[in-house]
Unconditional design. Structure first.
Length: 284
């Protein structure tokens, strides 16, 4: 009396070709949905959130910068990196962790630098300011290969402006023009399944080009990167679907599919029986 799953005797059931077709389709549909759910369960999803905070408090108030830029018409001995910010830092001719590679038989230069900046508004710029003798007509046409901040995130599912200036080509611009790149840096945190966090920075950029004159009337062009930090932090977190949700989905797939298939089979069987009776009535 307490059995709610009562069995129907086999001699009271009737197999049909329609029922067989529906059964096969039902099993294939369940298999397809099961594999889809299994793929979603195995794969990880990335959830993002925004909050106001300094995520990397152990950095000492520093941000690591990676710069790679080519100046095909400026000698390496003339190329220098200057750094300054609102905390009073003013460094002309920064050389630590930097490298200059001659291009075009020594007529050009590729500058690669790895340095740190303070987490305050400021700028760093590539120019001839640190050269012992200023050239008459310095050519600041350039190509930016890389400008990134913080750790490199090698995650395929995270798409962001971590290297927004990659491929910036100013070879056709005025050789004596200065270039201003105004950057808005956004702190970014990526937390994987193990709870390990990596800290990087995305940035938006706007740029302008102009001719700047010194107090002596000479044109001294430069490539400026003026930056400011956003107080908003973006956090990406890896998550996996809970096991109970996966089991619930599988049960819903199997139960729902069998229920719908049963209703469909019942409707087809009832309709076919009614049609047979109508045909028998016509024959009489």
């Amino acid at each position: 009396r307490f059995d709610i799953y009562r069995k129907v005797p086999k001699d009271l059931t009737q197999p049909t070709y329609t029922g067989a077709i529906i059964s096969v389709c039902c099993c294939l549909f369940i298999l397809f949905l099961f594999l889809s759910e299994l793929t979603g369960f195995i794969a990880t999803e990335i959830v993002n959130e925004l909050y106001v905070d300094d995520p990397d408090k152990d950095s000492g108030g520093k941000i690591e910068v990676n710069l790679n830029i080519s100046l095909p018409n400026l000698h390496c001995e003339l190329v220098g990196l200057d750094i300054q910010d609102e905390m009073g830092r003013h460094e002309v001719g920064h050389i630590d962790n930097s490298m200059k590679i001659p291009l075009n038989n020594g007529d050009g230069c590729r500058f690669e630098g790895h340095f740190s900046i303070n987490k305050v508004p400021g700028n760093f710029h590539v120019s001839t300011h640190s050269a012992t003798a200023q050239p008459q007509n310095p050519d600041m046409t350039h190509i930016i290969h890389k400008l990134s901040f913080g750790d490199k995130l090698q995650v395929h599912n995270v798409h962001g402006a971590f290297n927004a200036l990659e491929g910036a080509d100013k070879l056709s611009s005025n050789p004596l023009a200065s270039h201003d790149y105004i950057l808005k840096i956004v702190p970014t945190v990526y937390e994987d399944m193990s709870g390990k966090q990596r800290y990087s920075y995305q940035y938006t950029v706007a740029n302008k080009e102009y001719v700047a004159y010194s107090h002596t009337g000479r044109i001294i062009p430069a490539i400026w990167f003026r930056y400011d930090l956003s107080p908003i932090t973006v956090k990406y977190t890896e998550r996996r679907q809970p096991l109970y949700r996966f089991i619930t989905s599988i049960c819903a797939i199997i139960g729902g599919t069998f229920t719908v298939a049963g209703i469909l089979d019942s409707c087809i069987f009832t309709a076919s029986e009614a049609w047979k009776k109508i045909q028998l009535g016509k024959m009489q």
